[in-house]
Design a protein around this ligand. Structure first.
Ligand SMILES: [Zn+2]
Ligand SMILES: [Zn+2]
Length: 296
């Protein structure tokens, strides 16, 4: 076992922040700013260049604008919720006290360390084990890791039911925001498909030279291209997460199956059947399933 730091008395389980912490925090927002900039440009291109300047039929104009704002609102709301929902951290009672850490540090063998951890975790609901059959524990946070929890090196803490750390939302996708993340992918896809389908007619007109002269027509050209490109990349990611939801599996578990105290590694260990798996993420009330609000 590696070196254990002395307990730092930091109750959230977070490790000490380096001096360049603020600068690093600012840099991590760059992918989010990039996405927001594209959304802002698409808003201008769709609303002004396509709906206001290019569509001549008033009824069509109004319907396109209303539908666009509904999809945009759902997309932005789920994006917001994914970014700003706090990650699920490990409760204090999972923290290993300093005296136990000392014992772990001075243990003579792996077997002895295993016994210390097993003894400390006897009242905690943990079924996951390491490859050596030991209770999982985090050296950095000095806690027993709950089942499906993992240490995120970007967030600097252990995270409950960790899926992965996503730079595009500058947050850990985990127990607390997984529903929002899946909805974010779904609504982003819907938003892109809607733009691509409704701008197709004007995209064709561009090549036939039927659009009014000026720079505006290039906005429409790129609007179609960009929305189609994003739709193609989102469709596989969204499909993959729907598959994971229905199998009650996280991205991490898909790569490395969880190891259970009895039964060993089993990637289907949490599978309760498709409907129950879906409800575990989206809640019991069908009217709230597709709204980015907390429902579990
Ligand atoms: Zn940790
Ligand atoms: Zn993270």
């Amino acid at each position: 076992m590696g070196n254990y730091d002395k307990p730092n008395g930091n109750p959230g389980g977070r490790i000490k922040k380096p001096p360049c912490y603020t600068l690093m925090r600012i840099f991590k927002w760059i992918p989010v700013v990039f996405i927001i900039s594209i959304i802002a440009w698409s808003y201008y291109a769709y609303l002004v260049q396509l709906c206001i300047y290019s569509i001549t039929n008033i009824a069509e104009k109004i319907i396109f604008i209303i539908l666009y704002h509904i999809f945009l609102a759902l997309f932005l709301f789920s994006y917001w919720q994914t970014i700003f929902t706090n990650v699920g951290t490990v409760p204090l009672k999972w923290r290993i006290p300093g005296s136990e850490i000392e014992k772990l540090f001075h243990a003579e063998s792996q077997e002895q360390q295993k016994r210390i951890l097993e003894n400390f975790a006897r009242d905690l609901p943990v079924t996951n084990r390491t490859i050596h059959g030991s209770v999982r524990f985090c050296e950095k946070c000095q806690i027993i890791k709950p089942d499906r929890g993992h240490h995120c090196s970007v967030c600097g803490t252990c995270v409950l039911k960790m899926d992965h750390h996503c730079p595009w939302v500058n947050n850990c996708v985990n127990f607390t925001n997984y529903k929002f993340f899946v909805l974010f992918l779904g609504y982003a896809l819907l938003y892109c498909l809607y733009i691509a389908l409704t701008s197709l007619e004007f995209f064709i007109k561009f090549w036939k030279n039927e659009l009014t002269e000026g720079m505006g027509r290039f906005h429409i050209l790129f609007l179609f291209f960009v929305s189609l490109m994003f739709a193609i990349s989102l469709v596989s990611l969204f499909g993959y997460h729907i598959y994971l939801v229905l199998h009650n599996r996280t991205t991490l578990e898909a790569f490395r199956p969880p190891i259970f105290r009895s039964g060993g590694p089993d990637k289907n260990g949490y599978n309760l059947g498709k409907r129950a798996n879906f409800q575990e993420v989206f809640g019991d009330n069908p009217r709230l399933w597709f709204l980015p609000i907390y429902t579990r």
